[in-house]
Every structure is written in structure tokens, then in C-alpha cells.
Design a protein around this ligand. Structure first.
Ligand SMILES: Cc1ncc(COP(=O)(O)O)c(C=O)c1O
Length: 390
């Protein structure tokens, strides 16, 4: 076996092209959101087969403006107190904007194998009060979108996809992050493509697109479509120059992020191909290992990382396993932040939780190790060797 010193969680995915793109922006003198961001948005939307993309300074900001936009759309807007179904396991900023906008969160347990919604539990959780479902494809693995879209259309429920962990994944041949009315992505450093920090919202709805652009940008009217459906232009240019129509934010990305995003997007499919090859190796090594539950792929995962849950039916000491990983320099983390119900922040939320048995098992018995857009089969062998005796 080749000698491995370290199995890291995150690695740089840039080549000289990204550096050159950043330098071109620095030389241009135009740094704040402009043509590079616009070009990235257009290319990103085209690549995923949707009409509109709005870039923001992070995936968390993408979630924030996506939630906000649903409060300001004309027909059937969300209102404070509306019930939203969310999975127990996701990143904290999937939930925070929902709470901040006064929504009532109803937590649904996950499936221990896919780590996404337990669809049976999701169906049970729907009531006449359910206004929205937030679907999160965990660590590259698509949700069961056939069932979820059916549930939403039959019950007139809005589908919000937080796809921040699963860029490039596909369900029934269609990209995740294209099933929702709004769909969010992250281009943070450790994600499938990196613009240092960054995020995007995708939508096919022109009203929402214009709301997102205003909400990202002080809530003003600059950079609205010419015939934007969300306001009517008046003929006094003095007042039109600074005209505020929504309680928005400044969540704009920079031109450097846009320019780097354009270069990275061209590499996305190649990156995912390599991630999938690494995954094949991981799955082959661990699939029959009854000590661990590894993530069961649904559709085509973009394999953000490799999850391992210590089988709760066996008497294995989790602390000892994690110490082994530490001693071997194998970086690892709790799965996507774990069960949010077990975090202190939950005391601020207005929420309902029925059961979270599987989310607790993933929280207390699970961890993930990194995947990368280059060949890491030697590192996966090293992980396998390290965990041979635990
Ligand atoms: C599911 C999910 N949503 C939102 C985010 C937030 O993205 P960002 O770190 O770009 O703010 C993350 C971050 O990893 C995430 O995993």
C-alpha cells in the first residue's frame, strides 16, 4: 500500500486558470458585482437547465434570499406562522432563515441509509397547514424527488431545495437543485466547485428571480429586468436612482468570485466523474462491512464525502474509533452538523418534532471523511486499513 500521511477533508481545486481569472479582475479595476457575476449566473443556469440564477456571497445567503422571496411573491406568499417541513439533519443555515422569517418548523426524521428524508415519515408529517417542504440532498446524495414532487403537487405545497451539498448530482437523469420553486447552491471552498465563498439560487419563476435580485442588493430597483414584474418604473430618474422596494440586504458577490466561478463551472463534470470513481472504490471496500452503515446512493450522487455510521446494534466504542482516525491523521466531522434538535440554538425556534430516532443515531454514531476531485483511492485504502481492527 502506498504510504499516506494524511487524509484531509478539504483541498484546493484551483489551477492556474482560476488565478489568472482573479488577476484579470484585479487588473480591470471593476471589483464589485458586474459582468463576470452575470456571466457566471447565465452559464450556471444554462448548465443546469433552468431559466434564472442569482449569485450571492454564500450558500447561507442564498437560503436567506430564497426564503425571503417567497414572502414577497404576489400569489400565495408565505406568511409568518406557516408550517414548513424540514429534515432533522442539515446545515444550520438551512434552518435559521426559516426561523428568522417566523415560520414554524416541523422536523422529520431521516432514513438511516440515504441520510435524506424518510419519505414515509415525510408523508405522515404533511397536514392541511403544511405550506412548504425543504428538501436537502445530503452530501451529494439525491432525495427521493419522484415521491417528494408528487407529495408537493398533490397537496399544493411549495418545494424548496437546499442543494448546497449536492451540486452535479442527478435524480432520474435530472440535476438536483432543479426540482424546487427555488433551489440553492453553495460554492464555498470545500464544495464541488469553489469561489472561496459563494452561493446561488436557481428558479424558473421570473417574479422570484427579480425579487431575489432586489433582496440581494439593498432591496433596491437597480439591476431589475427592464419590464420587471415586481415594480413599475416612474419617470423621475433622480428618485429612481435610489429606489427601495423591499426590506433587503447586501449579500452581493464580488467580480473575483464570478470570474473564478466561470472557470470552475467548466470543470464541474470532470470533478464529479472523479468523485464518483473514488466513491466506487469506497463502496466496494465497505459495502459488506457490517460494523458500518455507509450512505446508500439514490440516483447519481455527486459524492461530497463518505459517511460512516457505527452500527448501533454492535458494541463498538465510538470514541475509540474516532481516536484511531485522529491518530492516523484522517480528518472527519459529524455528518452535516448532525441533528439540529441536539444543538443549543433549537431553544430559539418555534418548532414541532415528532421523532428523530435515525437522526440521533447519525448524530451520535456517525462521521464523514472527505472526497476530492482527484484520485484518492490510496487514501481510501488507508482508511480501510486503519479501521481493520477497532
Ligand atoms: C445543506 C447546506 N445548506 C447551506 C449551507 C451553507 O453554505 P455556505 O457555507 O456557502 O454558507 C451548507 C454549507 O455547507 C450546507 O451544507
Amino acid at each position: 500500500m502506498a504510504r499516506v500521511e494524511r487524509f484531509e477533508l478539504v483541498s484546493l481545486t484551483w489551477g492556474d486558470e482560476e488565478r489568472q481569472a482573479a488577476i484579470r479582475v484585479l487588473d480591470s479595476g471593476n471589483y464589485t458585482m458586474g459582468k463576470n457575476v452575470r456571466e457566471f449566473e447565465e452559464c450556471f443556469a444554462r448548465h443546469l437547465g433552468m431559466k434564472y440564477a442569482v449569485m450571492s456571497n454564500s450558500g447561507s445567503s442564498a437560503n436567506l434570499i430564497a426564503v425571503a422571496s417567497l414572502f414577497y411573491k404576489k400569489e400565495n406568499p408565505l406568511k409568518r406562522g406557516d408550517e414548513v417541513l424540514v429534515p432533522c439533519i442539515s446545515w444550520a443555515t438551512t434552518f435559521h432563515p426559516l426561523h428568522q422569517y417566523g415560520l414554524k418548523l416541523k422536523f422529520v426524521d431521516i432514513d438511516l441509509h440515504t441520510l435524506n428524508y424518510d419519505v414515509k415519515e415525510l408523508k405522515k408529517a404533511v397536514t392541511n397547514n403544511t405550506k412548504m417542504i425543504v428538501a436537502v440532498s445530503i452530501l451529494g446524495n439525491p432525495c427521493q424527488f419522484d415521491e417528494i414532487t408528487k407529495l408537493c403537487s398533490e397537496n399544493n405545497i411549495i418545494l424548496f431545495e437546499d442543494n448546497c451539498e449536492s451540486m452535479g448530482a442527478k435524480f432520474n437523469g435530472r440535476y438536483t437543485g432543479t426540482f424546487g420553486l427555488v433551489n440553492t447552491f453553495s460554492t464555498f471552498f470545500s464544495h464541488h466547485i469553489s469561489t472561496i465563498e459563494g452561493g446561488l439560487v436557481l428558479t424558473d419563476d421570473r417574479e422570484i428571480y427579480n425579487l431575489l435580485k432586489s433582496l440581494r442588493n439593498h432591496g433596491w430597483t437597480r439591476d431589475q429586468d427592464k419590464d420587471s414584474p415586481i415594480f413599475e418604473k416612474r419617470d423621475d430618474d433622480f428618485f429612481e436612482a435610489y429606489r427601495f422596494i423591499l426590506p433587503g440586504y447586501n449579500l452581493r458577490p464580488t467580480e473575483i468570485q464570478g470570474a473564478i466561478g466561470n472557470v470552475q463551472l467548466n470543470k464541474l463534470e470532470e470533478f464529479i466523474g472523479v468523485r464518483r470513481k473514488n466513491a466506487e472504490h469506497f463502496v466496494n471496500l465497505f459495502k459488506d462491512d457490517e460494523r458500518f452503515i455507509t450512505q446508500k446512493e439514490v440516483g447519481e450522487s455527486s459524492w461530497f464525502a463518505f459517511t460512516m455510521i457505527i452500527n448501533p446494534e454492535l458494541n463498538i466504542n465510538r470514541k475509540k474509533v474516532l481516536q484511531k482516525l485522529r491518530d492516523a491523521n484522517i480528518e472527519h466531522r459529524i455528518i452535516t452538523g448532525g441533528n439540529i434538535l441536539r444543538h443549543d440554538v433549537i431553544k430559539y425556534y418555534d418548532y414541532v418534532a415528532t421523532k428523530s430516532v435515525n437522526a440521533d443515531i447519525a448524530h451520535y454514531n456517525g462521521f464523514f471523511v472527505g472526497n476530492h476531485p482527484y484520485d484518492i483511492r490510496d487514501k481510501i485504502d488507508y482508511l480501510h486499513e486503519t479501521l481493520k481492527v477497532i
